[in-house]
Design a protein around this ligand. Structure first.
Ligand SMILES: [Ca+2]
Ligand SMILES: [Ca+2]
Length: 366
C-alpha cells in the first residue's frame, strides 16, 4: 500500500517535472531580414578620453550596465565609427569600424560590446549605420545583429524559440521579444509573461543574460469566452502581468478575473471559405476593461466604426480612414487569406445638379 502510494507520488512528481522546462538559449550572430532599430540622438561628449578626431559627431545610448558613447567622423570622405565597447569613457583604447557588407545591408560592426551583467562580463554584438536626411542631418541607428535560439517542448513536439534584444541595450527585459515558432506559425511575445493555449496555462521568463528560458505550468480558475470565428487571441493585463490567451472555434478558455484588453486578433471564415483576420489594439486611457466572471463572457467588438478624417493643407486635402472596434480599440491590420485586402477608394461628389462626379482617389496603407 505504502509502495503504491510512493509510486503514485513519484509519477505525479515526474509529470510535473516534465512540464516545467528550463530551455538553454544559445547566443549567435545573425544576418536577419528584420532589422529592428534604435535611433540615437546626437549629444556632446562630456568627460571622455578621445583620440585625435576631426569634427566628430557624438551619440549616446543607455546600456545594461551604464551608457555607451559613439563618435562618428569622416575620414577621406568615408564615415568611421568609434564605439566605447568596454564602457570606460575612453575611445583611445578602441578600434575604429568601417562600413562592411552584412547580409543585405552595409553596417558598422558587428561591434562587440562588453557588459557587466549579474556579476560577470558578457559580449553582445550590435550593428550600426548612418542615414543622412535630406536636410543634411546625420543620424546613428543601432541594428540587431545577434540573437538567442533554443527549442521548447510543446504538445509533444519541439518548436524553436528566438530571443531578440530589440532596444540593443545588451540585457533582456522590458521591450524585448520572444518569437515562438510552432511549425511556421509565429507568436511574438514579451520576454516575460503568461500564456494560455486551448485551456493549458503556463508562466515564462527569459533570463536577463538571454541564456535561459524558464517555462512553468500554472493552475488557474477558468471560464469560457465566446466569440464568432475560427481563432481568437487575446492580449490582456491584470495585477499578475500580461497574458496571451488563445482559443479555437468560438470558444476561448480564459482565467477568471478583471483585465485590461490590450489587443485582439480574430480569424473568421466567410461563405467562400476565405479567412479574414482582424487585429486591433489599444494604448493608455483607450484600453477597454474586460471582465471574465466564473459564468463566462462574450467578446463584443462589433460593429466596427469607420470614420473619415481629413486635414486641409492649403489647397490640398489629406484624407484618412480610421477604423475602431465597438469597444474603442484601433484596427491595426486586416488580412484576407493572409494578404491585405484591396485598398478602398474615396469618391468625392459635388452637390450640384449638373456635375455629380468630381474625383476618385485610392487610399494607401500606412
Ligand atoms: Ca573604451
Ligand atoms: Ca533589451
Amino acid at each position: 500500500m505504502l509502495w503504491a502510494m510512493l509510486m503514485l507520488l513519484l509519477a505525479s512528481y515526474t509529470a510535473w517535472a516534465q512540464e516545467r522546462q528550463v530551455v538553454p538559449l544559445h547566443y549567435e550572430l545573425w544576418q536577419g531580414e528584420m532589422n529592428f532599430i534604435v535611433s540615437l540622438k546626437q549629444t556632446a561628449s562630456g568627460n571622455v578620453k578621445l583620440p585625435k578626431l576631426t569634427e566628430p559627431l557624438f551619440f549616446v545610448n543607455p546600456f545594461a550596465d551604464d551608457k555607451r558613447l559613439f563618435a562618428l567622423v569622416k575620414e577621406n570622405g568615408r564615415f568611421v565609427l568609434y564605439a566605447d565597447t568596454n564602457g570606460n569613457n575612453d575611445l583611445t583604447d578602441e578600434q575604429p569600424f568601417w562600413l562592411r557588407q552584412w547580409g543585405r545591408t552595409l553596417i558598422f560592426g558587428p561591434i562587440p560590446m562588453r557588459y557587466y551583467i549579474n556579476g560577470r562580463t558578457v559580449i553582445r554584438h550590435i550593428g550600426a549605420y548612418v542615414p543622412t536626411l535630406r536636410n543634411g542631418e546625420v543620424h546613428l541607428i543601432l541594428l540587431i545583429v545577434s540573437r538567442w535560439r533554443g527549442m521548447i517542448m510543446w504538445d509533444g513536439k519541439l518548436s524553436s524559440v528566438v530571443v531578440m534584444d530589440m532596444n540593443c541595450d545588451g540585457i533582456i527585459g522590458e521591450g524585448d521579444t520572444l518569437i515562438w515558432d510552432e511549425g511556421g506559425d509565429e507568436r511574438h511575445l514579451p520576454t516575460k509573461g503568461q500564456v494560455g493555449i486551448n485551456g493549458r496555462f503556463f508562466r515564462y521568463q527569459v533570463a536577463p543574460t538571454g541564456e535561459e528560458l524558464v517555462v512553468e505550468p500554472i493552475q488557474v480558475r477558468t471560464a469560457k469566452v465566446k466569440f464568432q470565428g475560427e481563432q481568437l487571441i487575446l492580449n490582456v493585463e491584470d495585477k499578475s502581468g500580461r497574458w496571451r490567451i488563445e482559443g479555437q472555434k468560438g470558444e476561448l478558455v480564459a482565467p477568471v478575473g478583471e483585465f485590461l484588453l490590450v489587443g485582439i486578433e480574430i480569424s473568421r471564415m466567410d461563405e467562400q471559405g476565405r479567412v479574414w483576420r482582424l487585429m486591433a489594439n489599444a494604448f493608455g486611457p483607450a484600453v477597454p476593461k474586460f471582465a471574465i466572471p466564473e459564468t463566462g463572457a462574450t467578446l463584443k467588438f462589433e460593429p466596427l466604426q469607420v470614420s473619415l478624417i481629413y486635414y486641409r493643407k492649403g489647397e490640398e486635402f489629406e484624407f484618412y480612414l480610421d477604423i475602431k472596434t465597438a469597444n474603442g480599440m484601433s484596427l491595426r491590420g486586416l488580412t484576407v487569406d493572409y494578404r491585405m485586402p484591396p485598398e478602398p477608394k474615396l469618391r468625392l461628389m459635388a452637390l450640384d445638379e449638373k456635375i455629380i462626379f468630381v474625383t476618385e482617389r485610392q487610399f494607401h496603407y500606412g
